[in-house]
Design a protein around this ligand. Structure first.
Ligand code: SAH
Length: 177
């Protein structure tokens, strides 16, 4: 029980670090300290496992209802639940490969051509203080009229309306919240 608590505390600490540093620093943190990455992922799975619903499942359900021809980019893919659950072509990006399906990179700079994907996903992965740069990267790779999906814990937003307005300035129209 003590060990579990300690693990949870270290997870919260690393999680906080991820939300308060740039995506580049996060990438460096995990690449230089694989133990931190492992602890983070165990803690993440434990925490999400206690929620009534894991948002990634909802995203998978949504994608299954849409054509399998749509190309998807999963930013901060973790263990690639999306890529392993749908037939679509899915580009999965993370800083450390938890699965062979992962392309290792910083989400602010992904190896995809402009306007090459139909759906970009940030599922509990919109971290990093350089949010604007990250979202501009998603915008760059999305086709005109493509879909951006963001799943985030509500308490992470100081003001959701301000976030939606800022997204509009980056070229995204809110279709559903
Ligand atoms: N989307 C997955 C995992 C979310 S956990 C799911 O919902 O199950 C957040 C993920 O973002 C972690 O796997 C973490 O390694 C990744 N991440 C954090 N900073 C990143 C960065 N700068 N570039 C790419 N991935 C990053």
């Amino acid at each position: 029980r003590m060990e579990e608590r300690l693990l949870a505390a270290r997870f919260r600490y690393i999680n906080q670090q991820l939300y308060t540093s740039t995506s580049r620093e996060a990438a460096q943190l995990f690449q230089s300290d694989p133990e931190a990455f492992e602890i983070y992922h165990r803690g993440f799975a434990q925490q999400v496992g206690r929620w009534p619903e894991n948002p990634v499942h909802r995203i998978v359900r949504y994608l299954r209802r849409r054509p399998a021809s749509l190309v998807v980019a999963d930013f901060g893919c973790g263990d690639c639940k999306i890529a392993s659950s749908i037939k679509n072509k899915v580009h999965s990006f993370d800083v450390v490969p938890l699965s062979p399906l992962v392309t290792v990179c910083d989400m602010a700079k992904v190896p995809l051509a402009d306007e090459s994907v139909d759906v970009a996903v940030f599922c509990l992965a919109l971290m990093g203080t350089n949010l604007q740069e990250i979202l501009e990267e998603a915008n760059r790779v999305l086709k005109q009229g493509g879909t951006l999906m963001v799943a985030e814990v509500a308490s992470r937003f100081e003001d959701t309306r301000a976030f939606v307005n800022a997204m509009a300035q980056l070229g995204f129209k809110s279709v559903s919240k």
